[in-house]
Design a protein around this ligand. Sequence first.
Ligand code: ZN
Ligand code: ZN
Length: 395
Amino acid sequence: MVDECERLKSAARDFDLEADDDFVDPKALSAVIDLLQGKLCKVLHQARRRGDHQLARLTPTSWVARTCGLSRTAAADRLCVGKHLSSLPAVADALAKGEIGFQSTSAICHLRDQLREKWDPANESETVEFARRFSVEDFRALCQHARHAADPDGFEKDSEDDYERRWLEVNPMLDGMHAIDGVLDPATGAAFRTALESLAQWRGEGDTRNHGQRMADALGELLDHHMNEGRLPRQNGVRPHVTLTTTLEGLKGEVGSPAAELEGGVLIGGKTVERLACDCTMSRVLLADSMVIDVGRATRTIAPATRRALQKRDRHCRWPGCDRPIGWTNPHHIEFWSRGGPTNLTNLVSLCHYHHRQVHEGGWQVVKAGNEFRFHPPERLRTAFARGPDLGVAA
Ligand SMILES: [Zn+2]
Ligand SMILES: [Zn+2]
């Protein structure tokens, strides 16, 4: 075996030295690599049967992962292929001839492994034919269907085992940003993606966010919507909400005032405070020498009757061309509430999550002109929008 490998290594070295990248057929090269992968799988399977992993006091998968520098998932895959490839002559033949790639070979070997005694050798040639015709993704999906048809109970059990692998973590980072990581079961993952994708559409001229940023904003919008609906289960007797603590000076944005704090001591900027204050529940806490001496009654910035009247008037986000329905908007104070703007219909306009942020953090200005609203871009965007669509009048 050592000699064989030396021969192969020397051939590979010669190939590398002599071959001009422009004259190597990528399809043929890929077929050679896939063929070698198949060979590696069989070699690893033999090593497992000999018990090489036991000498190293490792599981077969860990031994392969360490020996070949692979992830444990890839190592388990190689062992599965190695176990079945020799007993699947039509598959091995198609791989050797470069008719199917290693990934399709692996899909067939996994199907063989999952079906156990329910695998019908008479179907092997037909399976190879499907692997030839379909893309790797489509072929994998086909294998899943074949598995489900031949062994529904086994499919169910595997799905339940997979479900055990689900996890989700949201961790605050040192700078107050949050990192999200996790694995979701197929149904939750699909729902998560569908919900976010529907909210993460490009919002037209001036929307410079990349896809990842739009997905992050979509999650924010989704959470904002559900919190505002007030239908989430109560915790300790109150609806889930985000608590922000600030001083009167901070709320007014006075120079030198301390920054507002979220729970956990994370600081947030004045523009965001102004946005959140547009529609929130306010509690006044009076302190003297850091001692609480009075707690006022919690009041909504916007009274329910005013909110209903506003919803009836606006029916959707009033930003030109935006069709977010009223249930997905927040009332915005044209003259900011924190700067003394009154809470009446004349001073309120419904804006969706994205456009509300554009106005506060993004620096756009809303001006009421009769029954309509005009949206003026900040100075830095004026030239860019000079030739763009007319954003002056709301639809
Ligand atoms: Zn606002
Ligand atoms: Zn909008």
